[in-house]
Structures are given as C-alpha cells and as structure tokens.
Design a binder for this molecule. Structure first.
Ligand code: NAI
Length: 332
C-alpha cells in the first residue's frame, strides 16, 4: 500500500523507514507541506501521512478523495486542523498518534523553567566571550516555590512528579482532577487561586474554545508580580499581545514558549537567511527574559520512535481490516 508522507523532515524519513521495515508499506516522502497547491503529488497514494501544520481542510480532503486516498494518518496527537466532516463525507478514515511520550514534553518544560531561572542561555554566551561576571544571572531556589500546573493529563502529571522532586509546592487546575496527582500531594484549586499563588505557571491543557486565550489581560492581572509563565501546550492558549504587556510591566518576570499562536508560518522552517515576517513574534524576541523554542517538546528519540511505530501500526491495521488502530471519531 502506498503512503505519501508530507512535511517530511530528515528525522521523519529516518524513523518511518526504520520502523516500517517488513510492513510491506511503500512510503514516498515529500518535503512539501500538504496544501491545495501540493495535493496533486499524492496521486496514486492510498494513504496520506500528515503533521501539525499541513492543510487538511475541506478543499484538500475533497482532492484527496477524488484521487482515491482512503486514509489520513496523522503523526501527531492533535486533530483540530482536520475537517472531520469533510473526511466523513468523503469516506476517508483519519488516524492519529494519541500519546507518544509525555516525558519528552514535561522534561522540555523543565528545561525552559531551569534555563529561565538560572539563565544558563546567557551564561553560555558570556563565558565563551571570557566574561565571568555574575551580574544579571541571579536565580531562585526551586525548593519551596509554588508551581501551578494547568491541565494534569499525561504531560501535566509527569511534570507534577518532577516538580515534587524539586521540593516545590504543586497546585493544579483541571476540570478532571486525577488521583495520581492527589497522591503526590498536588493540591487542586480554582484557576483564580492558582494564578494568584503560583511563582511558576505552566500550561498543559489542550486548545479548545474554553482554553483559547485562557491567559489574557485579566488572568495576567491576577498573577504574582514577576511570575514565570511556561507554555508547551498550544500557542493560542495565551493571548500573545497581553503577555507582551505583562512582560513590559514586569508582572511576567520570565516567559518560556515552545508554541506560538501563529507558529504555522514560522516553525519547522529555516528562516535564518530571511527575516521574521511576524512583528509580534519579533517583539517577543527582544526581551532578555523570554526563551522560545520552535515546537520541539516532542523531539526526543523515544517520542519519534513511538510516533513512527504507531503511524505504521495505524496504516497496517487499515490495510488489513479497513480500520486504523487509533481512529479519530467523526463528529455525530
Ligand atoms: P491530555 O489529554 O492527557 O491532558 C490534557 C488535560 O487537560 C486533561 O486532564 C484535561 O482534563 C485538561 N483540561 C481540559 N480542559 C482544561 C481546562 N479548561 N483547564 C485546565 N485543564 C483542562 O493531554 P497531554 O498529552 O497531557 O497533552 C497536553 C497538551 O500538550 C496537548 O493538548 C497538546 O496541545 C500539547 N502537546 C505539545 C507538544 C509539544 O511538542 N510542545 C507535544 C504533545 C502535546
């Protein structure tokens, strides 16, 4: 069965090729992002394999169906970018990778927290220039600090465990509290209390209508002065304009982002020889207390192995039984 992979990076090719050995699947790799302009490349494919910033709107899905594509294999967990009604109407099955490594993302959030706190990114450059002065590098003990975790699902839970190990007091907000966190000593509180009491606030909830711009002017006004804010979930959970105002006023003392509202135009591409077309993003980069990574939370060997393994299993199950292993349910 032919599987056309869009938005291919060298690591996608490496892991999928390795883990598809013996599966009998015929993977064809394309660097192009899936869009109305590139969809014709998939002519002859039965399955299209796509990532977070590929266009899976009704137009592209209609073209895929017309070409005989019967399945979309997402190599990510989120499917908010897929027009599921169009897929349903076209009879195209959609599959995803529901969980690959919560450790990868939780540990990346810890990397952002520790870097912003102890300013190792600045120390690295200083020492290389022979500047051993410590001014501006002062941090704080993590021990006894209050960490507020918004969303204690797979990732938030791992982070709660790590933060407990640092001796932090962990508060959490989640409409569905879980017993494992409670047994760790995590205290569930209402969102406004979490905002008020936390020294570090870290976001691990999905992007839904309820969490869109959850961190807005009002939420920031409720936070402690100098709070550290971390977002590795989805960019639009925070209102970037409000966060910039918070950084300017000093209410937000440090900001760590692995995701950005408009990341589709920037992330996963090398723009170093060009320019940053997004002025709001460019403004964020001017703050010394802002650290941004380009959606790399998932980027570990273990997570890529799990993504490729599940993607191959999804397609193999579809080839054998007509149903992928982890289907995305169509809307009712
Ligand atoms: P999960 O589904 O296991 O957990 C999400 C948790 O958020 C659930 O416990 C849910 O009850 C809670 N939640 C839902 N609405 C909420 C609200 N309004 N306020 C607070 N909590 C709420 O998801 P998982 O695997 O822990 O991932 C969390 C998010 O991390 C994903 O939705 C995704 O956006 C992001 N992610 C980022 C990656 C990266 O590379 N940076 C990679 C993978 C996921």
């Amino acid at each position: 069965m032919r599987v056309d992979v869009f938005s291919t990076k060298p690591y996608d090719r490496e892991f999928l090729t390795l883990l598809a050995q013996g599966s009998g699947l015929d993977f064809r790799f394309h660097e192009a992002r899936l869009s109305k302009e590139t969809v014709a490349i998939a002519h002859g494919a039965k399955v299209v394999c796509a990532f977070v910033n590929d266009d899976l709107g009704a137009g592209v899905i209609g073209s895929l169906a017309a070409m005989g594509v019967a399945m979309i294999a997402l190599r990510c967990a989120g499917y908010n970018h897929v027009d599921l009604i169009a897929a349903r109407d076209a009879g195209i099955k959609v599959a995803r990778v529901p969980a690959y490594s919560p450790h990868a993302v939780a540990e990346h959030a810890v990397a952002l927290i520790l870097t912003l706190n102890r300013k190792t990114h600045r120390a690295f450059n200083r020492v290389r220039e022979g500047n051993f002065a410590l001014d501006g590098l002062m941090g704080f003990d993590m021990h006894d600090k209050v960490v507020g975790i918004v969303g204690t699902g797979l990732i938030g839970r791992v982070l709660a465990r790590i933060m407990s190990g640092f001796g932090c007091k962990v508060l959490a907000f989640d409409p569905q509290p879980n017993a494992e966190c409670k047994s760790l000593g995590v205290i569930y509180v209402p969102m406004d209390e979490l905002l008020k009491r936390s020294n570090i606030i870290t976001l691990h909830c999905p992007l839904t209508p309820a969490t869109h711009h959850l961190i807005n002017d009002d939420a920031i006004a409720a936070m402690k002065h100098g709070v550290m804010l971390i977002n590795t979930s989805r960019g639009a959970v925070i209102d970037t304009r409000a966060v910039i105002l918070g950084l300017k006023s000093g209410r937000i003392g440090a900001l760590g982002l692995d995701v950005y509202e408009e990341e589709g135009d920037l992330f996963f591409e090398d723009l170093s020889g060009s320019y940053i077309p997004d002025d709001i993003f460019a403004r964020l980069l001017t703050f010394p207390n802002v650290l941004i990574t380009g959606h790399q939370g998932f980027f570990t060997q273990e997570a890529l192995t799990a993504i490729a393994t599940t993607t191959v299993a999804n397609v193999v199950a579809f080839a054998r039984e007509g149903v992928p292993m982890h289907p995305v349910a169509y809307p009712a």
